[in-house]
Design a protein around this ligand. Structure first.
Ligand SMILES: C[S@@+](CC[C@H](N)C(=O)[O-])C[C@H]1O[C@@H](n2cnc3c(N)ncnc32)[C@H](O)[C@@H]1O
Length: 298
């Protein structure tokens, strides 16, 4: 017998009613499953490992991106990320919080000048790694400081980030004129010895840093989660990167940093970061605890 509308069973009739909504608990669970699938898929396909990123901030950033892309579900985003290169790039951009500043936390640079520069003076050559350099302001800040301390000519700086788009800005060294007043204030608080304007020239609404500040810098893509150590450094800056990782990932990155530091090498972390609770805590001594500057001692 052919089923007509009249002969539909009670169950089939239910299809004509409003779809029943899942409960909050069920959708939370589904969000978790979809986030796992998304991060696993991206890792399997492209090797970018977001599986151990702090969950709340990962979820918030994924939801923001879904809104920007006009997508209703994480699964829909996954489909786009895997099949459209431009969406993958936007995903990487959304995942990396790129907030940065010239002489960010100026006191840290002041203390670096007072306590770390005397150590570096004793070395015949110096290798420095900015891991997670974002758009490069931290790198130019240190290059200026090293120039003022007459150490730049014997220094090689490696500046890396997971994100190609921010590296492009970093390489260009071009920043909006509107942020220069704040940067100049930070430079002075960080113990700057000259007029900050000596380091750039202004053109229309932008400033361009002196190309000589880049002479000693190599900018390159490097993923702290999945790439290996690539040299031994006298100084590593890894500031405001690990705050976005969960404990497991922080420990892995701390291990990579430890293995990339020379004995007596100096580690500079962000103001909310510390090695104190990492498995390598006893391998470091504090150079300045309140500014998160450590020295590898074993
Ligand atoms: C908040 S910014 C910090 C920039 C600068 N270090 C500072 O303190 O001002 C964090 C940077 O870490 C980068 N990042 C995030 N995950 C990374 C990873 N797995 N490997 C390398 N860089 C990463 C982001 O792309 C971003 O540019």
């Amino acid at each position: 017998m052919i089923e007509t509308d009249d002969s539909l069973s009670g169950k089939s009739k239910a299809y004509k009613e409003q779809p029943r909504l899942y409960s909050n608990v069920e959708t939370d669970n589904l969000t978790d499953i979809e986030l796992n699938l998304l991060t696993e898929a991206i890792y399997a396909y492209r090797g970018f490992d977001f599986r151990d990123y702090a969950r709340e901030s990962l979820q918030r950033r994924v939801f923001n991106l879904m809104e920007l892309e006009g997508l209703a579900t994480i699964s829909a985003l996954q489909e786009k990320v895997l099949h459209e290169k431009s969406v993958m790039e936007r995903f990487l951009l959304a995942m990396s919080i790129n907030v940065t500043d010239m002489f960010r936390d100026p006191e840290t640079f002041l203390i670096f000048r007072e306590k770390v520069i005397p150590i570096l003076r004793t070395y015949p050559s110096i290798r420095i790694w900015h891991a997670g350099c974002s758009t490069g302001e931290e790198v130019y800040s240190l290059a200026i400081l090293l120039e003022e301390e007459h150490l730049i000519d014997k220094t090689q700086i490696y500046a890396t980030d997971i994100n190609e788009a921010v590296l492009k800005t970093a390489k260009q060294g071009v920043y909006p004129l509107s942020v220069m007043q704040g940067y100049t204030n930070n430079y002075m608080k960080a113990g700057g010895k000259r007029a900050f304007s000596e380091y750039y020239h202004a053109s229309h609404e932008h400033i361009i840093f002196k190309p000589s500040l880049r002479d000693r810098v190599v900018f390159a893509r490097h993923n702290l989660v999945s790439d290996a150590s690539f040299n031994e450094f006298n100084v590593i800056f890894c500031r405001n990167v690990m705050i976005y990782f969960n404990e497991n990932l922080q420990n892995r990155v701390n291990e990579l940093i430890y293995n990339s530091l020379c004995r007596f090498g100096v580690l500079v972390l962000g103001s909310n970061e510390s090695v104190d609770f990492s498995p390598r805590a006893t391998s470091y001594k504090n150079i300045d605890q309140s500014n998160c500057i450590y020295q590898r001692v074993s």
